[in-house]
Write a protein that binds this ligand. Structure first.
Ligand SMILES: [Zn+2]
Length: 196
């Protein structure tokens, strides 16, 4: 199908057999695409974006030549960890549990850092675990209570260090690793972990 003026038109969808794995795919042309692009979407569909006026054989050959990349992309996706939210979340109870965890850990780690802060708020933030404003207000996602302790510790220390260093520069990480020596590994683990 082709609509004049549209950037994307869907050309074909189906199932491919790649290295013994049956993978649903969706091939579409994009007016501005210069080359073939592969993406594994959240639902496990292989999205193949193709420049205009390219037949279907070249993209399918391209997919076959990139089996290794596709396997790796799926392995990464499978390594993600999902933590299920309780069905009644967020409730008052969840906010107060989050608050007591956060306050207790701030007290603990700030005995070391001693960075002054103005307020601590628990919020339902969609994309962040925590944030720190230039005025010293700390915000934390109520969902952090469902994470393993070592990741909660990392989130708290990360924001506490922003009270001193408002960036992710070398000085910032030097501060973080004083309390969390494996901060980089925890950061990566946190990126792979989703709570919903
Ligand atoms: Zn940060």
């Amino acid at each position: 199908m082709r609509w004049p003026g549209r950037m994307v038109s869907i050309r074909e969808e189906g199932i491919l057999d790649i290295g013994g794995r049956r993978i649903p795919y969706l091939m579409s042309t994009h007016r501005q695409a210069r080359r073939i692009k592969l993406i594994i979407s959240g639902d496990g569909t292989l999205r193949i974006t193709v420049p205009p006026r390219m037949g279907r054989d070249i993209p399918l050959q391209f997919v076959n030549a990139h089996q290794g990349w596709i396997d790796q992309a799926f392995a990464k996706r499978d390594a993600r960890k999902h933590i299920a939210l309780p069905p009644d979340a967020p409730s008052k109870k969840h906010y107060s549990i989050a608050r007591s965890i956060v306050l207790e850990k701030i007290q603990y780690f700030n005995e070391y850092y001693n960075h002054p802060h103005t307020s601590v708020r628990i919020k339902d933030i969609r994309t962040k675990w925590g944030s720190c404003s230039s005025k010293g207000n700390l915000n934390f996602n109520y969902k952090l209570q469902f994470l393993p302790t070592h990741l909660i510790d990392y989130i708290i220390v990360h924001e506490l260090c922003h009270l001193k260093e408002m960036n992710h520069g070398k000085n910032f990480w030097n501060l973080v690793v004083q309390c969390i020596p494996d901060a980089v590994a925890r950061k990566k683990e946190l990126l792979r972990t989703q709570v919903y």
